[in-house]
Design a protein around this ligand. Structure first.
Ligand code: HEM
Length: 204
């Protein structure tokens, strides 16, 4: 029980911390410090890229911040209407962040393998979330829960990416661009495996 509670706390702290992280783009000049510093000036002055990038990070942040709250059985039973409203907001934010995420994946730093990893993640995030919506509209509650677990496990890639990224170069003595190509896959494939194990364990 204690171990379960500790796991929940770690999970929540990480989801909330990374969920708020996009706010940094409003506070700090990320164009000269963060990921955008590595992009060329043509891309940075493209209106479409800017709309895609900022829609992706802000709507993704909201999805990460609200998604976890949907998994509590107690809250669902007590506040079913709130569950429905938050669920709809989650789906909308995933659609906006996922579609823009797919677009910015084509401009991701590094090799084609990196672009493919992020691109596939975006497609699967969109697919699992749409399936979660369709199944609940068809009143298939267990299937809805399964798809939501998959969807949020993929959403959580935003967290696992930031855990793996500093670890890989430290452990395997590889450079940042090699680590980035690996992380574009490592941030979500194990999450999806974990989701399938959880679905089996919960007998959903
Ligand atoms: C799950 C599907 C997701 C996909 C496919 C995805 C994809 C991407 C891609 C391709 C980039 C740009 C990488 C580059 O140009 O090298 C990026 C950056 C970013 N994404 Fe996502 N992402 C996802 C989820 C999220 C979520 C849920 C958040 C919420 C916090 C998020 C926040 C960010 C931020 C803040 C950046 C800027 C990079 C940084 O400052 O660390 N992403 N994402």
């Amino acid at each position: 029980m204690i171990a379960k509670n500790i796991t929940w706390v770690i999970f929540l702290v990480l989801a909330i911390a990374i969920g708020f992280y996009p706010i940094m783009y409003l506070i700090v000049d990320m164009k000269s410090n963060g990921l955008l510093a590595s992009k060329d000036t043509d891309l940075l002055s493209s209106t479409i890229y800017n709309i895609g990038f900022y829609s992706h990070i802000y709507f993704g942040g909201i999805a990460l911040l609200i998604g976890w709250s949907q998994f509590s059985k107690k809250w669902r039973a007590k506040y079913l209407n709130t569950h429905r409203v938050i669920g709809k907001i989650y789906v909308i934010t995933v659609l906006l962040s996922g579609i823009s995420g797919l677009y910015i994946a084509f401009h991701a730093s590094g090799a084609n393998l990196t672009k493919l990893g992020f691109g596939l993640l975006a497609v699967l995030w969109l697919f699992t979330t749409v399936m979660a919506f369709v199944t609940i509209k068809n009143k298939q509650i267990l299937k809805h829960q399964q798809w939501m677990i998959r969807s949020y496990a993929l959403c959580f890639a935003a967290v696992t990416l930031r855990l793996w990224l500093p670890l890989l170069p430290a452990i395997f003595k590889i450079d940042f661009s090699q680590a980035y190509a690996i992380v574009a896959w490592l941030c979500w494939v194990p999450n999806l495996v974990f989701a399938e194990i959880l679905i089996k364990k919960l007998k959903l």
